[in-house]
Design a protein around this ligand. Structure first.
Ligand code: NDP
Length: 329
């Protein structure tokens, strides 16, 4: 049986970078057939239809079918996996509340359509920003679907953090492990090196040997570099990060479906773990076991890290209050 995958905003840049890798088997492996449902708003339909023509021309042996639609009831029909990429970008003069409201108007109906039309095992990954709160809105609207099936992408932040550590320590990327992202996929996120290792040695020790004051390096270089990497890419490339975001989305879904041995990061619903208010979709260190994310428990968090986590979680709680205040939750 093929896996049915819905991609919203499929006519956009990240969508374009995702589709061909999914069809080539990068997400679900070389033996898993896929059926793609490309969901767009009317203005995006031509771009999605063009991508569908190119998918045909890719002659991918794993690709069974492609559907292009602007109707969520068709778009989510039978979906086993959904990647919610399309979102309303912040326009000129738009306040944060306006952005949250515009996206609530997209992600609420999508959550409801998922509940009604997707397969009973549906798993949802939100990429479109503000990703954590968009995932919360979709989950709240999806009556009968467990909130654990709705996640927000923070894997790109983790990949950026691991890459910076590998560059600083001049070590291969695979030698760097356990670098979770906590909180919101925003500038307040906390990339945490306190449990990280490089070839089994604590990263903090290796960084100390390189730079001396680890805390100052974290505060002045590492955390801002990771949190503001999106802006750095825009400044250098002249447009936002696309292929790295698509790559992270593919890794997130692949690990969710196929499992992980090591920790990674994902925005998942809190049940109160590490003091994060219940119901928020916050990034945590996670493992994927039997097709479900599990938050890594029992980690020691020092006061400095606790303050960073709290700041990001407070932002998430404020976003939830804003959306509630608008009557959209
Ligand atoms: P992109 O494909 O570049 O980005 C899509 C979303 O992903 C944006 O919300 C963007 O956030 C987010 N994103 C998350 N992580 C990253 C990252 N690291 N780097 C860049 N973006 C990231 O946008 P396009 O404008 O090219 O495409 C969006 C498509 O979505 C359009 O085709 C549009 O028609 C469609 N759309 C569909 C909707 C629907 O299906 N209902 C609703 C709204 C739009 P940020 O804006 O913060 O960069």
């Amino acid at each position: 049986m093929a896996t049915t995958i819905t991609i919203t905003g499929a006519g956009g840049q990240i969508g374009y970078a995702l589709l061909f890798r999914i069809a080539a088997g990068d997400m679900l492996g070389p033996d898993e057939k896929v059926r793609l449902r490309l969901l767009e708003i009317p203005q995006g339909l031509d771009a999605a239809a063009g991508a569908a023509l190119e998918l045909q021309d890719g002659a991918f042996s794993l690709l069974e079918h492609v559907e292009v639609t602007d109707d969520p009831t068709v778009g989510f029909d039978g979906a086993n996996l959904a990647l919610l990429v399309g979102a309303r970008p912040r326009g000129p003069g738009m306040e944060r509340g306006d952005l949250l409201a515009a996206n609530a108007g997209i992600f609420g109906p999508q959550g409801a359509a998922i509940a009604e039309h997707a397969a009973s095992d549906v798993r949802v990954t939100v990429v479109g920003n503000p990703a954590n709160t968009n995932a919360l809105i979709a989950a709240s609207a999806a009556d009968g679907v467990p909130a654990e099936r709705f996640t927000a992408l923070t894997r790109l932040d983790e990949n950026r953090a691991r890459a910076q550590l590998a560059l600083t320590l001049e070590r291969p990327i695979d030698s760097i492990r356990r670098v979770p992202i906590w909180g919101n996929h925003s500038a307040t996120q906390f990339p945490d090196i306190s449990h990280a290792t490089v070839d089994g040695v604590p990263v903090a020790e290796a960084i100390h040997e390189k730079v001396g004051d680890v805390r100052a390096w974290q505060e002045q270089q590492f955390i801002p570099r990771v949190a503001k990497r999106g802006a750095e890419i825009i400044a250098v490339r002249g447009s936002s990060s696309v292929a790295s975001a698509a790559n992270a989305a593919i890794e997130h879904v692949r690990d969710w479906v196929r499992g992980t041995e090591e920790w990674t990061s994902a925005g998942v619903v809190s049940h109160g773990e590490y003091g994060v208010p219940e119901g928020l979709i916050s990034s945590f260190p996670v493992r994927s076991v039997d097709g479900a994310w599990q938050i890594v428990d029992g980690l020691e968090i020092d006061d400095w890290a606790r303050a960073r986590i709290n700041a990001s979680v407070t932002e998430l709680a404020e976003e939830r209050e804003t959306v509630r205040g608008l009557g959209m939750l």
